[in-house]
Design a protein around this ligand. Structure first.
Ligand SMILES: Nc1nc2c(ncn2[C@@H]2O[C@H](COP(=O)(O)OP(=O)(O)OP(=O)(O)O)[C@@H](O)[C@H]2O)c(=O)[nH]1
Ligand SMILES: [Mg+2]
Length: 394
């Protein structure tokens, strides 16, 4: 699973990415700091099943802190967009091609209105403009790809008489698009069964397809700055179609770094932290107090972990499953208890899980056991969030 971090330039995308990955990436208060994409691993947060079974887990592909399991997910932070990117403005929109395989987007927005449309410092800019232009730019990116493939598929199906929608989906599979998505977008754009259409209809279709295949959540970043709260309240009401989360990427980054250094104890996404080392600089103490008072006490969290969790669970309806090899000890072959936690897409089955573990396990699947109920389940079983399963093979 891949989550794309997109937005205007200089809004805090790389800060958001760094807070989630603690990767060493460049952050600066100027437009176009990021040119090459930053690829890294972030972690979604769920209640670990170790607490349900009252066992001590020993994770391998993930980690557990005080009964909270952090499960890896891939993230990509790309260069910033500006209006007119599809015509080559700023760094253009070609770099969006790196996001073809993204399952969804987190749109980082500067909710404080202190960066203008090209990412320069300003005051009183309306972030609504950014929601609109960003949608438009990613629609143009989709439109270009769809248009190229549409014409190709029209020619192809005239010769082969194959089903148009299926062929188009095939050509667009690189964008993570399926036949059902194409059908739904055609219906929504009112072009069902039509192959000869103008650019205007094609743009509408591309936009529908983009909305279906790349759902988006908005991270209302820089919520710590003056005016941000008012903008957030206003925009939240104007865009009920989006989940909009108040965020302070800078605060999340400071908290995670201080936690890593042992200065504080902070579990990502929590509403407070504990000071472990009293001896710190006055600036650092003041910064931590500011975060507690102005962010955590007001918004209940910095919003960064919530964005990632919402993207995975609310936009994509994904689930986390714990495969084990010993259904009694809940361990792998070496005795490691609850070693892995896998992120699975919605509607995944027990057989999908088997293939995810290993192709051979998938091919030789016989049955599985639900370790909570000890009941036998078949390959068609639909996985549930926080299932613990043992798979039997031939
Ligand atoms: N006040 C405040 N500043 C922030 C926050 N998040 C990021 N910034 C600042 O915003 C500026 C831009 O941050 P980046 O993370 O480099 O932004 P970006 O969107 O990746 O920018 P480009 O790669 O240039 O498009 C930096 O000065 C950050 O310190 C925040 O939550 N609050
Ligand atoms: Mg950046």
């Amino acid at each position: 699973m891949l989550i794309g971090i997109i937005g205007k330039t200089n809004v805090g995308k790389s800060t958001f990415f760094k807070a989630l990955t603690l990767a060493n990436v460049e952050i600066a208060n100027r437009p176009f700091t990021t040119i090459k994409p930053n690829h890294g691993i972030g972690y979604i947060k769920i209640k670990c099943v170790c607490t349900d079974f009252n066992v001590k887990c020993n994770p391998k592909n993930s980690f557990c802190r005080e009964g909270i399991r952090f499960v890896p997910v891939e993230l990509l932070d790309v260069a910033g967009l500006v209006p007119g990117a599809h015509e080559g403005k700023g760094l253009g929109n070609k770099f969006l091609d790196d996001l073809r395989q993204a399952d969804c987007f987190i749109h980082v927005l500067d909710i404080s209105g202190t960066t203008n449309e090209t990412g320069e410092a300003t005051k009183g800019y309306d972030p609504i403009n950014d929601i609109k232009f960003l949608e438009n730019e990613i629609d143009f990116w989709f439109f270009d790809i769809v248009k190229r493939n549409w014409d190709k598929v029209v020619r192809l199906t005239q010769v082969t008489h194959k089903e148009f929608e299926r062929e188009l989906a095939q050509q667009l599979s690189g964008l993570g698009i399926k036949s059902d998505d194409v059908l739904l977008a055609m219906r929504n754009a009112e072009i069902e069964g039509k192959m000869k259409i103008g650019d205007e209809e094609l743009f509408k279709f591309s936009s529908m397809l983009r909305k279906i295949s790349k759902p988006m959540i908005i991270a209302a970043n820089k919520i710590d700055l003056p005016g941000a709260k008012e903008n957030f309240e206003r925009i939240k009401n104007e865009f009920p179609i989006y989940k909009i989360v108040p965020c302070c990427a800078e605060a999340e980054l400071a908290l995670r770094e201080a936690d890593k250094k042992g200065i504080i104890k902070y579990i990502p996404g929590e509403s407070d932290f504990e000071i472990l080392k009293e001896e710190m600089s006055r600036e650092q103490a003041a910064a931590l107090e500011f975060i507690r008072e102005k962010i955590l006490n007001v918004y209940n969290s910095t919003g960064i972990q919530e964005c990632l969790n919402s993207a995975v669970f609310e936009l994509l309806h994904s689930l986390v499953v714990f495969p084990v090899e010993d259904e009694n000890k809940l361990s792998d072959r070496t005795g490691r208890v609850l070693p892995d936690a896998y992120l699975m897409s919605k509607n995944s089955t027990a057989l999908d899980l088997a293939f995810k573990i290993h192709t051979d396990i998938g091919k030789n699947f016989v049955a599985a056991i639900d370790c909570r109920t000890k009941r036998k389940i078949g390959k068609e079983y639909l996985l549930k969030n926080r299932d613990v399963l043992k798979i039997f093979t031939k």
